[in-house]
Write a protein that binds this ligand. Sequence first.
Ligand code: FAD
Length: 321
Amino acid sequence: MSEHKGVWVFSEKYDLTLEMLRKGREIADKLQTKLTAVFAGHNIKEKAGELIKYGVDKVYLIDNPALERFQAEAYLSVLHNLAANYKPEILLIGSTKNGKSLAARLATRLGTGCVPDCAGLGVNEEGRLIGERITYGGNAVAKVTFRSKPQIATIPARAFEKLEPEDRKGEVIELDVQIEGPKTEVVEIKPLETASVNIEEADVIISCGRGLEKKEDKALLEELAKIVNGHVGNSRPLAEDRKWFTEWVGLSGHKVKPTLYIACGISGVIQHVAGIRDSKTIVAINNDPEAPIFEVADYGVVGDLYEILPALTEALRKQLH
Ligand SMILES: Cc1cc2nc3c(=O)[nH]c(=O)nc-3n(C[C@H](O)[C@H](O)[C@H](O)COP(=O)(O)OP(=O)(O)OC[C@H]3O[C@@H](n4cnc5c(N)ncnc54)[C@H](O)[C@@H]3O)c2cc1C
């Protein structure tokens, strides 16, 4: 019998931790084992107990000034130390930029495998973890399993919804772990001027593509966005080729999940669609009735965005105000 036991969850992002706990709970119940959250940081004691309400049986709390900011070596030493001692069977790590780097380093130290960016997770008949990864530009799902333990998978934000908090029993165990000093140093942190809003969290997104003739015409989308409380996005060529913006929506850009996505003058090539397929409702405005975006759109308007957008804005202004 394997000495590895239990499902663990870790992310330096609190909300992502809560989201992963839902799936972690489901897997732990299936495997009839315990769900543990590794909760590391500085001045975080108050929040540790709260995790129990979201499905955790046990919280390993590591509260140390060296963990104030995410620093790969420091966090790696915490997770490595705990995993080497307590031997979890499954370790789910939040798929942030930091989390992915941490998971890969941890897997190397523990001599085990790591499946990054799992949009879905399951357990097979042998009790082995199956990670589901979107691949081929969103056209296929690769199911990957593990040959070694612990089984480490990283989970992107918003793959799962957090559970409703409820009163449950659980324990918080505070641990003192030896923390490695950093091998790199953060010299400066500057906010990115262009990324004032996080489009991945937006509920309504209005995006433009190469159908937009001039950068200034983005004002048409911004007008509409104001009325529906939305964010404005764009396809990659407006950033990469025309250099009008610095970010874009799609496979190589932001993956979005709004309730409403309005694509204006966007052809709907697979690399764009891969980033919007989790939108609840997609509306496309395009003057080419054959544009592929209409295949994924719930509602399609064949027409010139320069006519449709002002008309739509006006109609909604009357309707909503
Ligand atoms: C590795 C790789 C990764 C990529 N990643 C991404 C990504 O993350 N995101 C992304 O967006 N792209 C990505 N691309 C680029 C992608 O392949 C397409 O080139 C791009 O999505 C096309 O952008 P578009 O729809 O704005 O432009 P086009 O394909 O040129 O489409 C413009 C559309 O606007 C319509 N149109 C024109 N004028 C009007 C008008 N007045 N009114 C209404 N409609 C009008 C046209 O009919 C057309 O359908 C990637 C490519 C590669 C190779």
